[in-house]
Structure formats: C-alpha cells, structure tokens
Design a protein around this ligand. Structure first.
Ligand SMILES: Cc1cc2nc3c(=O)[nH]c(=O)nc-3n(C[C@H](O)[C@H](O)[C@H](O)COP(=O)(O)OP(=O)(O)OC[C@H]3O[C@@H](n4cnc5c(N)ncnc54)[C@H](O)[C@@H]3O)c2cc1C
Length: 434
C-alpha cells in the first residue's frame, strides 16, 4: 500500500525527522517552491531539547518548548506532513516503509537525530531515566515529585534517603544543567513544599567518567562549572563510572555505591537508525558517513544531516559535535545545494561555523565560550537566557517562557509541580493503528 500523498510534476524530497536539522531544511525548501516536500516525524511537533530539563524540574510547561509541525507549514502548499515512525528504507527502489504505507522519494534526507546510549547495559536502560524527549522529561518530573511524596511516609532512614537522593550520570551540558536546577529546587522549593522532610538530607550526585566537566568547552568553563556546582552543594565525582544500577543502589567502578532510586542518564548518545542502510555507510556512534554535501556514502539520492551525520572537515577531523547549530547549519546548506543540483549548478562544500557553546548552572551562574571571548557568571547567565529565548520557535512560546522565567526568578518558585500521569486505556480501548 502506498502512503496517501498526491503525485506531482515536482521532484519529491522526503525528510525524515522534524528536529533542528529536518525542520530548517523543510522551511528553506518550502520557501523556494521548487520541490514537493514530505516531512515525516513520529511526533506531530518539533521539540526544543535544550530546555527539556526545565520541564523536568517543573519550571516550564511542555507546550512552551514544542511547536506543532502543521502550524509551521500551514501556508505552504507543497508540504505534506505525515506523523508516523519510519522503520526501513529500500534504497534500490527508492522508497521508505512506514505503518501508513510505502513512501516513494526522489531525494531522501535522514534527520532522525540520536537517542540515549546505555553502552549495552540493559539494566541501566530499563531502570535509569533518560531525557531525550519531552515525554521522558515529564516522566522525570513525575518520578521526582512522587518519590518525595513517598518519602513523607517512609520512616526507615536508609529507604527514605533512597527516595530523596538523586544521581545524575554524565557531566556534559545536560548533566550539569540538571544538577544545578535540582540543587536550586532543594534549596528554594522543596523545604517550602515538604516542611516535614529534612531537605538538608537530600544529596545530589553528579558522576562524570572524565577528569573534568563540560569536556567540549574551555578549561576555564569546566573549572567554573565545577565551582558553581560545589557552591550549590552538588557532590561531583570525577573520574568515576557508573557500573550498575539495580533500582535501589547505584554501583560505581571504584567499588562504592549510592542508595538512590533515581538515576538520570545523560552520559551519551547514539544515532537513531533505520533498516536498509548498508553497513559500510555506518560508523562511530551509529552515525552515517556523509561527504561535504551530506550525501550518504555510496547512496546518491540519500542525504543525512544533524546528529546522525558523520562528516569530516579540516577543522573537525573526527566529525562535528552533535549540537543544534550543526544540524541547523547543515539543514540550511543542504537546501541550498539541492536547489543548485536542481539548476545544474555545482554544489558547495559544508563548513561549520562554531558560534560558541554555553551551559547554565542555576540562577546567575552560567559559562559561555564564544570563539573569541570566554566568560562566566551572571552576565553569562543573561546571555544564556536570551540566546535560548531567541532560538525557541513561536512568539507565544517565547512570551510564555519569558514570563515563566521572570516569575520563577522573582518568586524563587516554579509553579508547575504537578504529578500528571497518562491514563492507561482499558482493554479494547486502544486505538488500532492502520
Ligand atoms: C537534554 C538535551 C539538551 C541539549 N542541549 C543542547 C544545547 O544546549 N545546545 C545544543 O546545541 N544542543 C543541545 N542538545 C543537542 C541538540 O538537541 C541536538 O544536537 C539536535 O537536536 C540535533 O538535531 P537533529 O535534527 O539531528 O535531531 P533532532 O532534533 O533530535 O530531531 C530528530 C527528529 O527525528 C524524529 N524521529 C526519530 N526517529 C524517527 C523515526 N524512526 N521516524 C520518524 N521520525 C523520527 C524525532 O521525533 C525528532 O523530531 C541537547 C540535547 C538534549 C537531549
């Protein structure tokens, strides 16, 4: 069965993934009106991953950091959005296989991003909490809040510690930002919400396998991040790996253990895959080897961008960092090259322009590395706020986030500490997917 999309005289570009890379590409191509565009995503919205942790901490509503794909392309006639999960690609017959049917393409762009990497440890995969989607961020919010509710009626000290203490694995920007936000929650919010608990007893651990935090950033940034977290009372363990987790105890490679029911996993990613891509095209971290115009090795009409693409250029001999800027710049550049190819013009090689990186560690504390200027502290924190606000899609989202931040800053409070669990459908109530 074929997916229900009208045939057209225009070439069909199918983009899988409406994240940072796929969304940018679709926007640029839609403007040119040269191609028929099919944008496929398993969700009907674009997610702003850098602010997931604020949803998890109850600081922002999930709806402020997502943007409906249909709304973004309402006025574009040649854009067809389909919400479905692509399972495989047939590169010989040029079609994708999806639960909605087969989708032919003239040009295919894979922009599926990456997922959490548990490095083959199934217990960690089952029991720890990743943060790669807005629903996982909400799950974490529920888990933190329900564990504090349970702690209220737990008299056994050790058991109560297990409910209150939190272990974060991975000292990259996500781990550092989550640790900072949890430390502030412990200082300013939990003592007001749970006066019966001794919040001094809450321990927040950040476990990092390397000898420094924020490995991709400058030494100054990583040292200041460590100082900020220590000031906030976070127990940072460097040069330490989490070896195992049984749901009650987290075991380290140095033989020590921490009693905690919550392990937040921010320790690595692996590119999302679909079946049908030849093994020769797949490299480190499951990324797809691409040339300087993002064409997948050995596959003329298939391109990959963003977190799932592995491209070597002079300044990045081991591939680009897996960050939003790379995905967006590749999306924009590929749009230009596809239009050039269509006009019979030569293509241009991609160059990544590093605009800098940053991380925030609670109020008034952030670290910013710009190409020619590195700074930390309150000004860095303001820069972090404005850069993120600027990047969020949608005027309403920008406004809501700004108001939330002002409110949270002024009141030392976050007003979204609700435990909202999805209703589990009764047997026979499940919607049958076609
Ligand atoms: C918690 C967190 C914080 C981050 N913070 C920062 C930051 O501060 N700065 C920064 O630059 N980067 C940050 N990143 C990284 C950044 O989000 C990624 O580099 C960026 O999203 C990559 O863009 P992408 O287009 O490759 O993939 P994504 O944006 O991940 O988009 C992939 C899309 O593909 C869809 N998809 C996946 N599989 C399928 C399938 N089989 N079928 C259909 N659709 C599918 C997904 O639903 C998604 O919409 C963060 C990431 C996380 C998880």
């Amino acid at each position: 069965m074929k997916i229900n999309i009208p045939e057209s005289d225009k070439k069909r570009v199918v983009i899988v993934g409406g994240g940072f890379g796929g969304f940018k590409l679709a926007q640029m191509l839609a403007r040119s009106k040269v191609f028929q565009i099919v944008l496929i995503d398993k969700n009907n919205y674009h997610q702003f991953q850098p602010l997931f942790y604020q949803v998890a901490m109850g600081g922002l509503e999930p709806s402020s950091i997502v943007f409906p794909l249909r709304k973004a392309f309402q006025k574009r006639r040649d854009v067809y959005i389909r919400v479905t999960e692509v399972s495989s690609v047939d590169t010989v017959n040029r079609h994708l296989v999806t639960p909605l049917g087969i989708c032919n393409y003239d040009i295919l762009v894979l922009a599926l991003g990456a997922n959490t990497n548990f490095y083959g440890n199934e217990k960690l995969a089952e029991l720890s909490i990743p943060m790669k989607s807005v629903s996982e961020a909400l799950f974490l919010r529920n888990k933190i809040l329900s564990d504090y509710e349970k702690a209220l009626s737990t008299t056994d000290y050790d058991k109560r510690q297990g409910l209150m203490d939190i272990v974060i694995v991975g000292g990259g920007p996500t781990g550092v930002e989550v640790a900072g936000a949890l430390a502030e929650m412990k200082d300013f919010i939990l003592p007001k919400d749970y006066p019966e608990l001794n919040c001094e007893e809450i321990d927040i651990y950040l476990i990092q396998s390397a000898e420094q935090l924020l490995k991709g950033m400058s030494e100054k940034a990583s040292l200041r991040a460590l100082e900020f977290l220590t000031e906030l009372g976070v127990k940072v363990k460097l040069n330490t790996r989490v070896a195992d987790f049984d749901g009650e105890y987290v075991h380290m490679n140095d033989g020590t253990a921490i009693r905690s029911r919550k392990v937040i996993w921010a320790a690595g990613i692996t590119a999302n895959q679909i079946k049908g891509i030849p093994a020769e095209a797949i490299t480190f971290g499951n990324r797809l080897k691409v040339n300087r115009i993002n064409q997948v090795e050995g596959l003329g009409e298939v391109f990959a961008i963003g977190d799932m693409a592995y491209m070597e250029e002079e300044a990045y001999p081991k591939g680009h960092p897996q960050v939003a800027q790379v995905a967006m710049q590749q999306g924009k550049h590929l749009a230009e090259n596809l239009l050039r190819l269509q006009k019979g013009q030569p293509t241009l090689p991609f160059h990544y322009h590093d605009l800098g990186s940053m991380a925030t560690i609670g109020r008034n504390r952030a670290v910013v590395d710009l190409p020619h200027w590195k700074f930390q502290g309150a000004f860095a924190w303001l820069v972090w706020l404005f850069v993120h606000l600027f990047q969020i899609l949608g005027v309403k989202n920008k406004l809501f986030i700004f108001l939330n931040w002002v409110w949270n800053y002024a009141t030392y409070d976050q007003s979204l500490r609700l435990i909202i669990r999805p209703r589990v459908p009764r047997t026979g109530e499940m919607e049958v997917e076609q």
